[in-house]
Design a protein around this ligand. Structure first.
Ligand code: F6P
Length: 325
């Protein structure tokens, strides 16, 4: 039985440990593992290869994905999906494990309905913005990358008595910014999900400045689109010289953390066990309340991820008096 793995959309740490585990476990279960290189683009272009242990030796500690990834516009066109199906048919592949986000899972669902190619999606994105799962592969490593960067910025911020506005990734989701702000002790945090309370933050910071605070850190989620405003606000309202750092793609790289390696193995184990069952069609494996389960693609894509209440409560305590009502 042939089974393939593919990464699709933004890469993240944890994909390589998942790919390694996939190959090794498939062989142990007497399945024939294949790589689809370059995501959906590679599926269209027949970049499909049968693999074995040597293809995955020495990759567990590497960030990114050795099978590469893409965001495919062509896959929206049925002509290219048919081409992709014909490629899979040549290799007798009827099952694919997809490391990616909800857009990729939706694309695979369309593909399943047209051609019957089964898939299990593994949530893998640093944004942690997929409905139905508490955790997406890559998030822990991204948070540790951010932590390292913020610690380094703190060194220069304190040496020069400056404010730093640090922008994190995450698309419309403030998860990375919020967790990073709390765990780095940032004075200001701005995320798209909660209206910010700059009056409260100003009062709090001014009090601290009157009592010895000499520098400050503001962590701002890209989805809030407030980076420039916060810089101006710090200069005008707090009268402190301010610099901006956009962390950018550094957040997507780095060696996978222990947690991401472990989660990679668990997500893949569940996915293989599920995809070989007859009743499996197209599903997503999620990690919810410390348990793995499977969710239907419609449920995932028709709902919006919400930040967990415990994080919202922490945000309110530190950054938003008026949210407390
Ligand atoms: O979805 C992952 C992500 O890194 C987002 O946080 C970010 O907005 C986007 O991808 C960047 O995309 P690209 O790599 O195409 O610039």
């Amino acid at each position: 039985m042939a089974i393939a793995i593919m990464s699709s959309g933004g890469d993240c740490a944890g994909m390589n440990p998942a790919i390694k585990y996939f190959v090794e476990q498939s062989i142990l279960k007497k399945l024939n593992p294949y790589f689809i290189y370059d995501g959906l683009e590679g599926l269209i272009d027949n970049k499909i290869k049968k693999v074995s242990f040597e293809n995955v030796s020495g990759i567990i500690h590497l960030g990114g994905t050795i099978i590469r990834s893409s965001r495919s516009k062509r896959f929206f066109d049925k002509k290219y999906r048919l081409q992709a199906y014909k490629n899979l048919k040549k290799h007798k592949i009827t099952k694919i494990i997809v490391l990616g986000g909800d857009g990729s899972f939706r694309a695979m669902d369309v593909f399943y309905n047209e051609f019957g190619i089964k898939f299990v999606g593994i949530p893998a994105t640093i944004d942690n913005d997929i409905y139905g799962t508490d955790y997406c592969l890559g998030v822990d490593t991204a948070l540790n990358m951010i932590r390292n960067a913020v610690d380094a910025i703190r060194d220069t911020a304190s040496s020069f008595e400056r404010a730093f506005v640090i922008e994190t990734m995450g698309r419309e989701c403030g998860y990375l910014a919020l967790v990073s702000a709390i765990t780095s002790g940032a004075e200001i945090c701005v995320i798209p999900e909660i209206a910010n309370d700059l009056d409260y933050q100003k009062e709090k910071i001014q009090f601290e400045m009157q009592n010895g605070r000499k520098y400050l850190l503001a962590i701002v989620a890209e989805g809030s689109k407030k980076r420039k405003n916060i810089k101006k606000w710090c200069e005008k309202e707090l009268k402190i010289e301010t610099r901006v750092t956009i962390l950018g793609h550094i957040q997507r790289g780095g060696n996978p953390s222990v947690y991401d390696r472990l989660m990679a193995s668990s997500f893949v184990k569940k996915s293989i066990d599920r995809i070989i069952q007859k009743e499996c069609k197209g599903e997503v494996v999620v990690y919810k309340d410390s348990k793995f389960e499977f969710k239907n693609i419609d449920e995932i894509t028709s709902n919006k991820y919400k930040l967990p209440q415990n994080l919202i409560d922490l945000y309110k305590d530190s950054y938003c008096q008026k949210c407390k009502g």
